[in-house]
Ligand binder design. Structure first.
Ligand SMILES: COc1cc(O)cc(Nc2ccc(C(=O)Nc3ccccc3)c(OCCC[NH3+])c2)c1
Length: 335
């Protein structure tokens, strides 16, 4: 029995790979291509006044196109549910990768951190701030490339990225001092602090500010003091220090991060923030779909380029993924 009629004939759901307050994330198969996807299923009756946040996240996801940001493929809305169909990141959470290895080497941390900075700088360049950066929201794909997820808290302040926000959000362990104090704050500065906590977690295998008692945790965050393990290099500690500045105005900017010597070590140019837009015209994928639906290629493309984020959008994006892996482009006849 198909659990959700809205997915019947389109997706076959499998195990649950994540669950949160009003949503659960299930692994699924996109039947037309046989590709794996992640489907975030939200019960509208549990959303309450979080509905605007979902709409904001969907608007953001439809705008974002970056190799280190989890891709949106399709959105299905019914009277009772939202189904957000996204890229499946088979490598799981970065958090588990760190725990498994106890801590990462400086070079592996650098490889991951460059990808995180690239994705966050790209977000900021479009006027968004993530506001909930933490290892659980950084996933790995099959090639150990990072994918940022969960933009449920992302913000795009009306007055632009430099206008203050007030909503307190995100997880306390990664929260910047100005957030903890409930002060006005700027999204990018809060994201830089969280990236400092993330980089510390990669290199140290532990958190800079941690305490089971929330008041003690807040005191530690507001003090800005944390352990500096002996095994961490001077250069790493210096970079982390520039990100974990209690005064947001003293904190390094994302732009300075992009060309920071620690990040660019061994690489000639600064971290690039733009990557090819996956909403590109690909003749092989268009032809595959045109032939399947027995229409002309330009008719097919004129339909696809409206990016309706329906099943055909998902099919096109997943054919692009197949092509990138060098696999034959075919669509299952049962579909
Ligand atoms: C922009 O990307 C988003 C936004 C959003 O609101 C939610 C999600 N959710 C996702 C997407 C993919 C996965 C996933 O592939 N997870 C996974 C794969 C293999 C092993 C274990 C997990 C996802 O996982 C949910 C748990 C992660 N904390 C959530 C993406």
């Amino acid at each position: 029995m198909v659990r959700h009629q809205a997915l019947k004939g389109l997706y076959e759901t499998e195990r649950t790979i994540g669950c949160g307050g009003f949503a659960k994330v299930k692994l699924a198969t996109h039947l037309a291509t046989g590709e794996k996807v992640a489907i975030k299923i939200m019960d509208k009756s549990l959303l309450g006044d979080d509905l605007p946040r979902i709409k904001l996240e969907l608007k953001a996801l439809k705008t974002l196109s970056h190799e280190h940001i989890c891709k949106l493929y399709q959105v299905i809305e019914t009277d009772t549910n939202f189904f957000i169909i996204m890229e499946y990141c088979s490598g799981g959470e970065l958090f588990d990768h760190i725990v498994e290895k106890n801590r990462l080497s400086e070079s592996e941390s650098r490889m991951f951190f460059r990808q995180i900075v690239s994705a966050v700088a790209y977000l900021h360049s479009l006027g968004y701030a993530h506001r909930d950066l933490k290892p659980e929201n950084v996933l790995l794909d099959k090639n150990q490339n990072l994918k940022l997820i969960d933009f449920g808290l992302c913000a795009r302040p009306v007055g632009g990225i430099e206008s203050p926000l007030y909503t307190s959000c995100g997880s306390p362990t990664y929260a910047a001092p100005e957030l903890v104090l409930g002060k006005q704050y700027l999204g990018p500065e809060v994201d830089v602090w969280a990236m400092g906590v993330l980089l510390y977690a990669l290199l140290a295998g532990s958190l800079p500010f941690d305490d089971l008692n929330i008041d003690n945790l807040y005191k530690k965050i507001l003090s800005g003091r944390y352990e500096e393990p002996m095994f961490m290099s001077k250069e790493s500690l210096c970079l982390i220090k520039s990100m974990l500045q209690v005064d947001p105005k003293e904190r390094i900017s994302v732009n300075d991060l992009l060309s920071h010597p620690w990040l660019t070590l061994g690489i000639l140019d600064p971290v690039h923030i733009r990557t090819e837009d996956f909403r590109c015209y690909d003749i092989d994928c268009v032809n595959t779909m045109a032939n399947y639906h027995q229409v002309e290629a330009d008719t097919m493309w004129n339909y696809l380029k409206r990016w309706k984020y329906n099943y055909h959008t998902a099919t096109y994006f997943l054919l692009l993924e197949k092509k990138k892996r060098g696999q034959p482009l075919k669509l299952n006849s049962s579909f």
